[in-house]
Design a protein around this ligand. Sequence first.
Ligand code: C2E
Ligand code: CA
Ligand code: CA
Ligand code: CA
Length: 278
Amino acid sequence: VKTSGKMSYRFFDRQYHDSIRARIDRKAELRHALDADQLILYYQPRVEVATGETCSMEALVRWAHPTRGILEPIDFIPLAEETGLIVPLGEIVIDKVCAQIACWSRQAQPVVPVSINVSPRQFNESDVTTVLRKALLRHGVAPALVEIELTESSMTADNVHVARSLENMQRLGIALAVDDFGTGYSSLSQLQRLDFDVLKVDKAFTAELEKTREGSVFFTAIITMAHALGMRVVAEGVETAGQARQLKQLDCDELQGYFISLPLPATETQPVLARCVL
Ligand code: C2E
Ligand code: CA
Ligand code: CA
Ligand code: CA
């Protein structure tokens, strides 16, 4: 009994060290990915209900891993958030989006605004407004061509610092969107005070639309209030024609989701911009 106790202690001890070791390795590998330019961006169209046309796109990061293929954010964004690597990662994403918009413009291709996901750590640990302003200047891109997506949970009422950064971004002419709306605790009055332009309703609510009669109640209320406050509403995670039809009836402004289009590599977005998708 004594021996086995000692052994299991040693076993867990070693496991503990192994997991720290693994974390350090994973962090180093991600750090290397940033330096070796292994991050790429996919773009998912957002369609305006009124016209059926792609009115903007969301930039979604991927890791083109040398041996493991294209990795999705779930495989590395949490690690980036924990380790602080999200700050340099976020700067790379901003630079790549601006470079891509400039590239499309140079090729005389149709260009729509691109929305960029920004982590709260980027606000707290760097001057993300300056990073954006410099990237726009460097690539000669108009501020109206980018939009910032911020999750509800990153906007705690008392975060004066975030509020000031958001104001500065808007002063530059950059639109602001609330991401995953409905999953956090922000009030609409708070969003109105921060003068958000766009409300992106979380896909969990879109999924409810065809399940229950109450599914549309949330959307109806949110859309009415958002419009009264001068905000556009985007439904995320639209996967079926039925959901699209209901959202159109409810006067939702834009749709995003697999029913419209998967996130696409930059080289494959042009056909979606050229035709009516709805
Ligand atoms: P998000 O900002 O809510 O992005 C939408 C996610 O939903 C994307 O997942 C997208 O591929 C997925 N999606 C789109 N349409 C549908 C649909 O119809 N059904 C379902 N079930 N899902 C759909 P993805 O690309 O795996 O990104 C996951 C999350 O990673 C994003 O969620 C965002 O929070 C984060 N992320 C992605 N790129 C960046 C980035 O550049 N910076 C930061 N900080 N976070 C990022
Ligand atoms: Ca987003
Ligand atoms: Ca979202
Ligand atoms: Ca407004």
